[in-house]
Ligand binder design. Structure first.
Ligand code: F0G
Length: 352
Protein backbone atom coordinates (compact mmCIF):
# COMPACT_ATOMS: atom_id res chain seq x y z
CA UNK A 1 0.00 0.00 0.00
CA UNK A 2 1.21 3.49 -0.82
CA UNK A 3 1.82 5.46 2.36
CA UNK A 4 0.25 8.94 2.07
CA UNK A 5 1.95 10.66 5.01
CA UNK A 6 0.71 11.00 8.57
CA UNK A 7 -2.16 13.44 8.01
CA UNK A 8 -3.94 11.36 5.38
CA UNK A 9 -3.13 8.13 7.23
CA UNK A 10 -4.55 9.29 10.57
CA UNK A 11 -7.01 12.01 9.51
CA UNK A 12 -9.86 10.84 11.82
CA UNK A 13 -7.56 11.51 14.76
CA UNK A 14 -6.36 14.91 13.54
CA UNK A 15 -8.09 18.31 13.41
CA UNK A 16 -7.96 18.66 9.61
CA UNK A 17 -10.97 18.28 7.34
CA UNK A 18 -11.23 16.77 3.86
CA UNK A 19 -10.83 20.16 2.17
CA UNK A 20 -7.39 20.85 3.63
CA UNK A 21 -4.55 21.08 1.14
CA UNK A 22 -1.95 18.86 2.78
CA UNK A 23 1.75 19.71 2.59
CA UNK A 24 3.50 16.37 2.95
CA UNK A 25 6.71 14.53 2.13
CA UNK A 26 5.05 11.19 2.96
CA UNK A 27 6.57 11.29 6.44
CA UNK A 28 5.88 8.66 9.09
CA UNK A 29 5.47 4.90 8.70
CA UNK A 30 8.96 4.45 10.14
CA UNK A 31 10.08 0.95 11.11
CA UNK A 32 9.74 -0.51 14.57
CA UNK A 33 12.84 -2.68 14.71
CA UNK A 34 13.15 -5.59 17.14
CA UNK A 35 16.52 -5.31 18.90
CA UNK A 36 17.35 -8.71 20.36
CA UNK A 37 21.10 -8.27 20.63
CA UNK A 38 20.77 -4.96 22.43
CA UNK A 39 18.07 -6.42 24.70
CA UNK A 40 20.38 -9.29 25.61
CA UNK A 41 23.15 -6.80 26.37
CA UNK A 42 20.95 -4.56 28.55
CA UNK A 43 19.07 -7.32 30.38
CA UNK A 44 20.34 -10.84 29.70
CA UNK A 45 17.83 -13.71 29.87
CA UNK A 46 14.93 -11.59 31.11
CA UNK A 47 12.66 -12.01 28.11
CA UNK A 48 12.83 -8.28 27.42
CA UNK A 49 11.22 -7.45 24.08
CA UNK A 50 13.02 -4.30 22.97
CA UNK A 51 11.99 -2.28 19.90
CA UNK A 52 13.56 0.72 18.20
CA UNK A 53 11.26 3.27 16.55
CA UNK A 54 13.67 4.55 13.92
CA UNK A 55 12.49 8.10 13.32
CA UNK A 56 15.73 8.97 11.54
CA UNK A 57 14.14 7.44 8.45
CA UNK A 58 11.71 10.32 8.03
CA UNK A 59 12.17 12.51 4.91
CA UNK A 60 14.51 15.04 6.54
CA UNK A 61 16.06 12.50 8.88
CA UNK A 62 14.23 13.20 12.14
CA UNK A 63 10.88 12.87 13.91
CA UNK A 64 10.26 16.58 13.40
CA UNK A 65 8.67 15.87 10.01
CA UNK A 66 5.56 14.46 11.71
CA UNK A 67 4.89 17.76 13.41
CA UNK A 68 6.07 19.89 10.53
CA UNK A 69 3.65 18.48 7.96
CA UNK A 70 0.86 19.54 10.33
CA UNK A 71 2.32 22.95 11.25
CA UNK A 72 3.08 23.93 7.64
CA UNK A 73 -0.26 22.60 6.38
CA UNK A 74 -2.01 24.77 8.97
CA UNK A 75 0.21 27.79 8.27
CA UNK A 76 -0.70 27.59 4.55
CA UNK A 77 -4.36 27.19 5.45
CA UNK A 78 -4.15 30.38 7.51
CA UNK A 79 -2.51 32.24 4.64
CA UNK A 80 0.99 32.55 6.08
CA UNK A 81 3.75 33.59 3.70
CA UNK A 82 6.70 33.15 6.09
CA UNK A 83 7.56 30.78 8.90
CA UNK A 84 10.19 31.00 11.62
CA UNK A 85 11.66 28.78 14.32
CA UNK A 86 14.53 28.54 16.76
CA UNK A 87 16.26 25.22 16.58
CA UNK A 88 19.15 23.02 17.56
CA UNK A 89 18.99 21.89 13.93
CA UNK A 90 16.39 19.24 13.22
CA UNK A 91 13.33 21.44 13.53
CA UNK A 92 15.10 23.93 11.30
CA UNK A 93 15.86 21.35 8.60
CA UNK A 94 12.31 20.04 8.71
CA UNK A 95 10.76 23.53 8.61
CA UNK A 96 13.04 24.44 5.72
CA UNK A 97 11.98 21.39 3.69
CA UNK A 98 8.23 21.70 4.23
CA UNK A 99 8.35 25.48 3.71
CA UNK A 100 10.18 24.93 0.42
CA UNK A 101 7.48 22.49 -0.62
CA UNK A 102 4.76 25.00 0.26
CA UNK A 103 6.57 27.96 -1.33
CA UNK A 104 6.96 29.81 1.97
CA UNK A 105 9.82 31.95 3.17
CA UNK A 106 11.61 30.20 6.05
CA UNK A 107 13.84 31.74 8.71
CA UNK A 108 15.68 29.55 11.21
CA UNK A 109 17.62 30.72 14.27
CA UNK A 110 20.34 28.31 15.35
CA UNK A 111 22.96 28.56 18.11
CA UNK A 112 26.25 29.57 16.54
CA UNK A 113 28.74 26.69 16.39
CA UNK A 114 26.36 24.26 18.10
CA UNK A 115 24.44 22.86 15.15
CA UNK A 116 25.50 19.53 13.67
CA UNK A 117 26.87 19.71 10.14
CA UNK A 118 24.21 17.59 8.41
CA UNK A 119 21.45 19.81 9.78
CA UNK A 120 23.15 23.02 8.68
CA UNK A 121 23.81 21.55 5.23
CA UNK A 122 20.17 20.60 4.86
CA UNK A 123 18.80 24.00 5.99
CA UNK A 124 21.05 25.85 3.56
CA UNK A 125 20.24 23.54 0.66
CA UNK A 126 16.47 23.74 1.21
CA UNK A 127 16.91 27.50 0.89
CA UNK A 128 16.09 28.60 4.41
CA UNK A 129 17.55 31.84 5.72
CA UNK A 130 19.86 30.55 8.44
CA UNK A 131 20.51 33.02 11.23
CA UNK A 132 23.30 31.98 13.55
CA UNK A 133 22.73 33.62 16.90
CA UNK A 134 25.40 34.28 19.47
CA UNK A 135 23.46 32.52 22.17
CA UNK A 136 21.67 29.29 23.01
CA UNK A 137 18.56 27.61 21.64
CA UNK A 138 16.69 29.08 24.61
CA UNK A 139 17.75 32.61 23.60
CA UNK A 140 16.60 31.92 20.06
CA UNK A 141 13.24 30.64 21.21
CA UNK A 142 12.68 33.77 23.29
CA UNK A 143 13.51 35.89 20.22
CA UNK A 144 11.12 34.10 17.85
CA UNK A 145 8.31 34.13 20.41
CA UNK A 146 8.65 37.89 20.54
CA UNK A 147 9.06 38.57 16.84
CA UNK A 148 5.84 36.76 15.91
CA UNK A 149 3.99 39.29 18.11
CA UNK A 150 5.41 42.07 15.95
CA UNK A 151 5.71 40.62 12.46
CA UNK A 152 3.42 38.57 10.20
CA UNK A 153 5.37 35.35 10.39
CA UNK A 154 4.15 31.98 11.66
CA UNK A 155 5.97 30.23 14.50
CA UNK A 156 6.62 26.53 13.87
CA UNK A 157 8.38 25.53 17.10
CA UNK A 158 6.59 22.94 19.21
CA UNK A 159 4.84 25.65 21.21
CA UNK A 160 2.70 25.67 18.06
CA UNK A 161 -0.05 23.14 18.95
CA UNK A 162 -0.18 21.78 15.38
CA UNK A 163 3.32 20.40 15.83
CA UNK A 164 2.11 18.20 18.68
CA UNK A 165 -0.92 17.09 16.66
CA UNK A 166 1.42 15.72 14.02
CA UNK A 167 3.97 14.26 16.39
CA UNK A 168 1.39 12.31 18.38
CA UNK A 169 0.98 10.01 15.36
CA UNK A 170 4.23 8.32 16.42
CA UNK A 171 2.25 6.77 19.29
CA UNK A 172 -0.48 5.58 16.90
CA UNK A 173 2.10 3.87 14.71
CA UNK A 174 3.81 2.15 17.63
CA UNK A 175 0.47 0.74 18.84
CA UNK A 176 -0.38 -0.40 15.30
CA UNK A 177 3.05 -1.98 14.82
CA UNK A 178 2.78 -3.84 18.13
CA UNK A 179 -0.47 -5.39 16.93
CA UNK A 180 -2.88 -2.96 18.56
CA UNK A 181 -1.38 -2.30 21.97
CA UNK A 182 0.92 0.14 23.70
CA UNK A 183 4.31 -0.97 25.07
CA UNK A 184 4.97 -1.29 28.80
CA UNK A 185 7.63 1.43 28.68
CA UNK A 186 8.25 4.17 26.13
CA UNK A 187 11.74 5.72 26.28
CA UNK A 188 12.88 8.90 24.56
CA UNK A 189 15.22 11.87 24.79
CA UNK A 190 13.81 15.10 26.22
CA UNK A 191 14.95 18.51 25.05
CA UNK A 192 12.30 21.15 24.55
CA UNK A 193 9.82 18.49 25.74
CA UNK A 194 7.47 18.70 22.76
CA UNK A 195 7.88 15.08 21.76
CA UNK A 196 7.19 13.53 25.16
CA UNK A 197 4.10 15.75 25.41
CA UNK A 198 2.94 14.72 21.94
CA UNK A 199 3.49 10.99 22.50
CA UNK A 200 1.46 11.08 25.68
CA UNK A 201 -1.38 12.91 23.88
CA UNK A 202 -1.22 10.24 21.19
CA UNK A 203 -1.35 7.25 23.51
CA UNK A 204 -4.24 8.74 25.46
CA UNK A 205 -6.22 9.53 22.33
CA UNK A 206 -5.66 6.20 20.56
CA UNK A 207 -7.10 4.09 23.35
CA UNK A 208 -4.85 1.07 22.92
CA UNK A 209 -3.34 1.22 26.39
CA UNK A 210 -0.83 3.49 28.07
CA UNK A 211 2.90 2.94 28.55
CA UNK A 212 4.98 4.34 31.35
CA UNK A 213 7.25 7.09 30.02
CA UNK A 214 10.99 7.18 30.53
CA UNK A 215 12.56 10.51 29.57
CA UNK A 216 16.31 10.97 29.25
CA UNK A 217 18.07 14.32 29.53
CA UNK A 218 21.77 14.98 29.13
CA UNK A 219 23.40 15.65 32.50
CA UNK A 220 24.66 19.07 31.38
CA UNK A 221 21.22 20.04 30.08
CA UNK A 222 18.77 18.50 32.53
CA UNK A 223 16.46 21.27 33.75
CA UNK A 224 13.44 19.00 34.28
CA UNK A 225 15.46 16.47 36.29
CA UNK A 226 17.02 19.21 38.39
CA UNK A 227 13.85 21.24 38.71
CA UNK A 228 15.51 24.48 37.63
CA UNK A 229 16.46 26.34 34.48
CA UNK A 230 19.99 25.56 33.28
CA UNK A 231 21.56 28.85 32.19
CA UNK A 232 24.36 27.37 30.13
CA UNK A 233 23.38 23.91 28.94
CA UNK A 234 26.19 21.80 27.54
CA UNK A 235 26.24 18.33 26.01
CA UNK A 236 27.69 16.36 23.12
CA UNK A 237 24.05 15.70 22.18
CA UNK A 238 23.58 19.16 20.65
CA UNK A 239 19.99 18.39 19.61
CA UNK A 240 18.94 18.46 23.28
CA UNK A 241 21.24 21.24 24.46
CA UNK A 242 18.32 23.10 26.05
CA UNK A 243 18.09 24.72 29.46
CA UNK A 244 14.50 25.94 29.65
CA UNK A 245 12.09 23.65 27.80
CA UNK A 246 8.94 25.25 26.42
CA UNK A 247 6.79 22.19 27.20
CA UNK A 248 8.22 21.67 30.68
CA UNK A 249 4.88 21.71 32.52
CA UNK A 250 3.21 19.36 30.04
CA UNK A 251 6.14 16.96 30.20
CA UNK A 252 5.98 16.77 34.00
CA UNK A 253 2.25 16.14 33.79
CA UNK A 254 2.73 13.36 31.22
CA UNK A 255 5.42 11.77 33.39
CA UNK A 256 3.16 11.95 36.46
CA UNK A 257 0.11 10.58 34.69
CA UNK A 258 2.05 7.66 33.22
CA UNK A 259 3.89 6.74 36.40
CA UNK A 260 7.02 7.60 34.51
CA UNK A 261 10.60 8.54 35.23
CA UNK A 262 12.83 11.35 33.99
CA UNK A 263 16.54 10.96 34.53
CA UNK A 264 19.86 12.50 33.52
CA UNK A 265 22.61 10.55 31.78
CA UNK A 266 26.22 11.60 31.20
CA UNK A 267 27.67 12.35 27.77
CA UNK A 268 29.82 9.22 28.14
CA UNK A 269 26.71 7.13 28.73
CA UNK A 270 24.99 8.72 25.72
CA UNK A 271 27.98 7.95 23.49
CA UNK A 272 28.23 4.40 24.85
CA UNK A 273 24.56 3.78 24.04
CA UNK A 274 25.01 5.41 20.62
CA UNK A 275 27.86 3.01 19.85
CA UNK A 276 25.91 -0.02 21.09
CA UNK A 277 23.01 0.81 18.77
CA UNK A 278 25.34 0.90 15.79
CA UNK A 279 27.48 -2.10 16.70
CA UNK A 280 24.88 -4.48 18.09
CA UNK A 281 21.96 -3.56 15.87
CA UNK A 282 23.31 -1.77 12.80
CA UNK A 283 21.27 1.33 13.62
CA UNK A 284 23.10 4.64 13.21
CA UNK A 285 21.59 7.61 15.03
CA UNK A 286 22.72 11.03 16.12
CA UNK A 287 23.99 11.13 19.71
CA UNK A 288 20.86 12.74 21.24
CA UNK A 289 18.79 9.89 19.87
CA UNK A 290 20.66 7.37 22.01
CA UNK A 291 19.65 9.18 25.21
CA UNK A 292 16.54 7.03 25.65
CA UNK A 293 18.66 3.87 25.45
CA UNK A 294 21.20 5.30 27.91
CA UNK A 295 18.38 6.16 30.30
CA UNK A 296 16.89 2.68 29.97
CA UNK A 297 20.24 1.03 30.69
CA UNK A 298 20.70 3.21 33.76
CA UNK A 299 17.25 2.45 35.12
CA UNK A 300 17.60 -1.30 34.56
CA UNK A 301 21.06 -1.27 36.18
CA UNK A 302 19.71 0.65 39.17
CA UNK A 303 16.78 -1.72 39.54
CA UNK A 304 14.20 1.01 38.90
CA UNK A 305 12.84 -0.71 35.79
CA UNK A 306 12.24 -4.46 35.82
CA UNK A 307 12.67 -5.60 32.20
CA UNK A 308 11.33 -9.12 32.78
CA UNK A 309 8.99 -10.05 29.92
CA UNK A 310 8.36 -6.36 29.22
CA UNK A 311 7.77 -4.75 25.85
CA UNK A 312 9.87 -1.60 25.68
CA UNK A 313 10.07 0.88 22.82
CA UNK A 314 12.89 3.39 22.46
CA UNK A 315 12.34 6.25 20.03
CA UNK A 316 15.44 7.00 17.96
CA UNK A 317 14.74 10.57 17.02
CA UNK A 318 17.35 11.46 14.37
CA UNK A 319 19.59 9.83 11.78
CA UNK A 320 23.30 9.32 12.38
CA UNK A 321 24.28 11.23 9.25
CA UNK A 322 22.97 14.39 10.88
CA UNK A 323 26.14 14.64 12.93
CA UNK A 324 29.06 13.21 10.96
CA UNK A 325 31.62 15.26 12.90
CA UNK A 326 30.83 13.70 16.27
CA UNK A 327 30.70 10.28 14.63
CA UNK A 328 34.13 10.58 13.04
CA UNK A 329 35.74 12.14 16.11
CA UNK A 330 34.59 9.23 18.30
CA UNK A 331 35.50 6.46 15.91
CA UNK A 332 38.76 4.66 15.22
CA UNK A 333 40.71 6.06 12.26
CA UNK A 334 40.59 4.13 8.97
CA UNK A 335 43.47 1.80 8.09
CA UNK A 336 45.47 2.97 5.06
CA UNK A 337 47.06 0.33 2.81
CA UNK A 338 48.80 0.26 -0.56
CA UNK A 339 46.37 -0.75 -3.33
CA UNK A 340 47.40 -4.40 -3.68
CA UNK A 341 45.99 -7.70 -2.49
CA UNK A 342 49.18 -8.83 -0.74
CA UNK A 343 48.98 -5.87 1.65
CA UNK A 344 45.34 -6.68 2.29
CA UNK A 345 46.19 -10.30 2.98
CA UNK A 346 48.96 -9.29 5.33
CA UNK A 347 46.57 -7.01 7.16
CA UNK A 348 43.97 -9.77 7.48
CA UNK A 349 46.44 -12.34 8.80
CA UNK A 350 48.12 -9.96 11.24
CA UNK A 351 44.77 -8.69 12.60
CA UNK A 352 42.87 -11.88 13.37
N1 F0G B 1 16.18 14.16 19.56
C1 F0G B 1 16.53 14.94 18.54
C2 F0G B 1 17.36 14.35 17.47
C3 F0G B 1 16.10 16.28 18.49
O1 F0G B 1 16.46 17.04 17.47
C4 F0G B 1 15.34 16.80 19.55
C5 F0G B 1 14.90 18.19 19.57
C6 F0G B 1 14.99 15.93 20.59
C7 F0G B 1 15.43 14.63 20.57
C8 F0G B 1 14.17 16.37 21.75
O2 F0G B 1 12.83 16.57 21.40
O3 F0G B 1 12.63 18.95 22.00
O4 F0G B 1 10.62 17.56 21.59
O5 F0G B 1 11.99 17.21 23.62
N2 F0G B 1 15.28 19.06 18.74
C9 F0G B 1 14.75 20.41 18.64
C10 F0G B 1 15.26 21.08 17.39
C11 F0G B 1 14.91 21.22 19.86
O6 F0G B 1 15.34 22.31 17.35
O7 F0G B 1 15.53 20.38 16.42
P1 F0G B 1 11.95 17.63 22.20
Amino acid sequence: MKWPGIIAAYRPYLPFDDQTQIITLNEGNTPLIRANRLAEHLAPRTGLKLYLKYEGLNPTGSFKDRGMTAAITQAVQEGAKSVICASTGNTAASAAAYAARAGLRCLVLVPEGKIALGKLAACLTYGAEVISIQGSFDDGLAMVREIVQRQPVALVNSINPWRLEGQKTGAFEICDQLGGRAPDWHCLPVGNAGNITAYWMGYKQYGKGLPRLLGGQAMGAAPIVRGEVVQQPETVATAIRIGNPARWREAVQALDESGGIITAVSDDDILAAWKLLARLEGVFVEPASATGIAALKQQIDQGEIDPTDKTIVCVLTGHGLKDPETAVSHATTPVTLPANTDSLEQYLTTHP
